[in-house]
Design a protein around this ligand. Sequence first.
Ligand code: 5GP
Ligand code: ZN
Length: 139
Amino acid sequence: MIDESCIFCKIANGQIPSATVYEDEKFRVILDMGPATKGHALILPKEHFKNVCDLNEAYGKEVLALAAKIGQGMMKGLGCDGFNLVQNNGKAAGQTVMHFHVHVIPRYADGPKNIAAWEPQTADGEELKHLAEQIKNAL
Ligand code: 5GP
Ligand code: ZN
């Protein structure tokens, strides 16, 4: 299904032009207009899914292999030294466009160094056990 009011639905289906690096029947991969580093790409499904919880099995099965393919293409084509996969779900997690997407962010040895870095908190063994139980019991 396509959401007529969704900008990523329009881009993914070619109604709005984009710098496309890859396209198949399910996905379009475009360059982000506000890149973290040079070549930052977004994998967009052509159907509308709000987030990873909403993604159907057929898309879910393919998306990680596609991310690996794009990352390898970046290493070869852009000469980057690594890449990050980032995928935000929900406003609190930094999701600004409510159409599932995966960021593929090329990383270069000479920087920029800190993209989406977090400050590690501390956690003792008891707390980790308790948190693990809370998640496990909700699965
Ligand atoms: P989120 O924060 O939702 O995970 O990521 C949304 C990303 O989409 C941001 O990095 C933002 O720069 C990018 N973006 C938002 N609107 C457009 C657009 O119209 N075209 C392109 N190419 N990127 C967009
Ligand atoms: Zn959409």
